[in-house]
Design a protein around this ligand. Sequence first.
Ligand SMILES: C[S@@+](CC[C@H](N)C(=O)[O-])C[C@H]1O[C@@H](n2cnc3c(N)ncnc32)[C@H](O)[C@@H]1O
Length: 449
Amino acid sequence: MTDAPPTVRAQRPRQGTELELEIDSLAQGGRGVARADGYVVFVAGALPGDRVRARLTRSKRTYGEAKTVELLRPSSERVADHCLHDGEPCPGAPWQGMAYERQLAEKAAQVDDALRRIGRLDGFELEPIEPAVEQWRYRNKLEYSFGAGAGESDLALGFHRRGNWADVVEVEDCLLASQRNNRARNQVRDWARREAIPAYDRRAQAGVLRNLVVREGRRTGELQTRLVTSPAEFPRPPVDLHTVIDGPGGGTDGPTGVLGAEHLHEELAGLRFRVSHTAFLQTNTEMAERLYAIAGELAGLRGRERLFDLFCGIGAIGLSLAGSAGEVWGLESVAEAIADAEHNGEANGIANARFVGADARLGIRPLLERAGAPDVVVVDPPRAGLSSKVVRRLLECDAPRVVYVSCNPTTLAPDAAQMVEAGYTLRRVKPVDMFPHTPHVECVALLEN
Ligand SMILES: C[S@@+](CC[C@H](N)C(=O)[O-])C[C@H]1O[C@@H](n2cnc3c(N)ncnc32)[C@H](O)[C@@H]1O
């Protein structure tokens, strides 16, 4: 991992230029770092030790960004790619060419680097990274795209080709997904081919089929398929949910009709959870359990505490800790997720948990007034982190312990720094690998007041 000092050279290369580059390290977010005559270039699709030909996609004064066009000489440390589609490395597993132990070391270093360099934090205990239980077939959700096919069929269902958004690479067996998930995707693709329904073409703004989302309850054996299309007439699709999106935008959220199972169920930490399709569910079931257990350990509950679970989703963290706390209050902005959380509390016979549907920016103060000051707060925000306003609201809670579950160390760092400035101490940070072969790293941090 490199904190590359920006260098200005007299003549920086222009956008579109192809450069031969030697990758010497990895930057935050996972891209390779190279230097062209001292000019720092962040290179997508390359690993340390690789020599690549890369096209400059951005040329700033102090650094450039590039995409690998050709791997000229792979690093001697590269391991064989396992997940390939149409002969190309799976875009969902950009680090698969790196040995797993090296991936873990890079992730731990990314967490440490973000906290020290971005947050200017020190004095915390960085605990050993928790490795993933399974290195392959760990995802319980995958989102596929339809596109124009090559060869015999004019329809493909798979992933956007890295570096070429318009192109879709056909997938037969993705090793990030279970075999059941792969079978379900292929069945929908075969149906679409049989019915000759065209893929949506974003540039032409024509066609029908956009995405397929396959979600799986790994512990319950349930599978849920959701087809995303433009408005059009076509035979009933063999899926559970059908979302219609009008207009040229991307994304998969829109009005959704129920054709099969409305909810998915998953078991976590010995509890059964209902999950609406709009609600968040950690995408690695086995590691979510580890993550919640670590959050529980850092929360240090003794049975009587008032616990706030902010950004609670379907209530998974709060409900899994409710047995060790006096009372649990969850807060979350997605209304369906709050309905799931309430249902999940009841269905699991948990009587000491309440859930509030509100945006954290507006909901924390009223929650504090209603529930009283918490002893412990768990926060688990999206990648963007808390924002300084939510940190200020969190500080108003004045909880002796805050457990921060983060999926992005570069936003944990400024949030934790703001809390430290206000009097908290960052004690422990435990990185967790939820997503092998990707640069993503989760971590759980304990702040005490
Ligand atoms: C990383 S997920 C964590 C969910 C839950 N803790 C879990 O483990 O399943 C973040 C959650 O924050 C919610 N969220 C996003 N922005 C929010 C906001 N401004 N206020 C409240 N909740 C928000 C999302 O809907 C999502 O459920």
